[in-house]
Each structure stands twice: as structure tokens, then as C-alpha cells.
Design a protein around this ligand. Structure first.
Ligand code: ZN
Length: 207
């Protein structure tokens, strides 16, 4: 399984010979950066087998890309702008309704993906929403925003999923981190070998 971070809180995944793009093209909402232009062009030239967006906040979503995808691929997007279930080859993608962190009033879904590996992709769901995922097999790889490693209790819930690999997304660049998110996350979870914080463009291979 291969992962490339392509956006603030999004990734390109290769699994079971298929490609998935999850919140993988997004716009800038400072301090969170947009998908770099060269990367966006590459993602337009090579469309994924599965495209999914957790919600329509600009730091997770690009409406133009979603439209272009549906017109070109004749396949629906997964999430609030599309369908709740999709099967492509042996891959199954289920969108689970979950509550956004804080007070945001927006339709929001997290994804449970089963193939040769189990994946949970939380989007901006509140950490308590992990319990909504419990009906699915335990994840090999869990994708979460920084809030899941910001407090000891959130990190405990995150670890209780039993995920072998926890990929932390949604952190700003360190030089734009006025709120000190990096320091807080490092203090809570910095020593954990299961934790992975990829940079945009970074590729990770998971055995
Ligand atoms: Zn959001």
C-alpha cells in the first residue's frame, strides 16, 4: 500500500491495484495550504479510481475538480456531494455520517475502506466519532486530523482503535503554526512509532 499526501488533509492511496483520492484536492484556508498547482495538474491528468470528500469545507474540497471527475469518469464522488457506498473491484468504500469537530454545521462523513488492508479516514470528524466506526473491522491504517493527538484523552481513543499506523493530517507548516499545534502534538504523541506526519508530496510505503 502506498500513500502520498496531496493536500492539507488529503491523500492519494494505492491499494489492491486501485487508486483512491480522499480529500486530496483542496484550496487554501490559511494557515492550511492548498494542493500545490503542479500536483493538482498531475491529479487532473491521472484521475483516481475512487474520489471521495468528507465535507465541503475549502481546506478539504475542490468543487471544480469533483465536477471534472464525474464528467470524465462517469463515476460518482463518495461523500456528501455524491454516494454513500461504492465498490470498485475488490475495494469497498463506505461513507459513515460523523459529526464535524466543534460547532461546524456541515454534512460530514468519514470513510471505512476495505481491501487488502482496512482503512479508516476520519476527515474533520470529532474524535468521539471513532465509536461510529466500531462496526467496521479494526483499521490497519487510520487517518486523522491533528486534534486526535492534541490531548491525552483524544490520543488514547485514537490508539484504542488498534491501528498499526496512524497518519496525522491537517497540521499547518511549522513556520505558520501560531497556535503551537506541532509542539502540543509532539508532546502527546511524538514518541510513538505508529505515528506518521507526512509532508505534502511525501510518499509512504506501508507493508
Ligand atoms: Zn472542516
Amino acid at each position: 500500500m502506498k500513500i502520498v499526501r496531496t493536500a492539507n488533509a488529503g491523500v492519494w492511496i494505492e491499494l489492491d491495484g486501485m487508486s483512491l483520492l480522499l480529500d486530496g484536492v483542496a484550496n487554501q484556508v490559511y494557515p492550511y495550504i492548498a494542493t500545490p498547482m503542479t500536483m493538482k495538474e498531475a491529479l487532473e491528468a491521472s484521475l483516481p479510481d475512487v474520489l471521495a470528500f468528507t465535507h465541503t469545507h475549502q481546506d478539504h474540497y475542490d468543487a471544480e475538480y469533483a465536477r471534472f471527475y464525474e464528467e470524465t469518469m462517469h463515476r460518482p464522488v463518495v461523500g456528501p456531494v455524491g454516494v454513500n457506498h461504492l465498490q470498485v473491484g475488490r475495494l469497498k468504500i463506505e461513507a459513515v455520517s460523523t459529526r464535524h469537530i466543534g460547532k461546524a454545521e456541515v454534512a460530514h462523513f468519514s470513510f471505512a475502506i476495505s481491501g487488502e488492508k482496512q482503512i479508516w479516514f476520519m476527515g474533520d470528524a470529532s474524535p468521539v466519532m471513532l465509536r461510529e466506526m466500531a462496526a467496521f473491522p479494526k483499521p490497519d491504517v487510520l487517518f486523522v486530523p491533528y486534534a486526535y493527538a492534541l490531548t491525552a484523552s483524544a490520543w488514547r481513543k485514537t490508539k484504542e482503535t488498534g491501528a498499526g499506523k496512524i497518519v496525522l493530517l491537517h497540521l499547518p507548516k511549522r513556520q505558520d503554526d501560531a497556535e503551537g499545534l506541532w509542539d502540543a502534538v509532539m508532546e502527546i504523541a511524538g514518541q510513538e512509532t505508529c505515528l506518521c506526519i507526512p509532508e505534502i508530496g511525501q510518499e509512504i510505503e506501508i507493508e
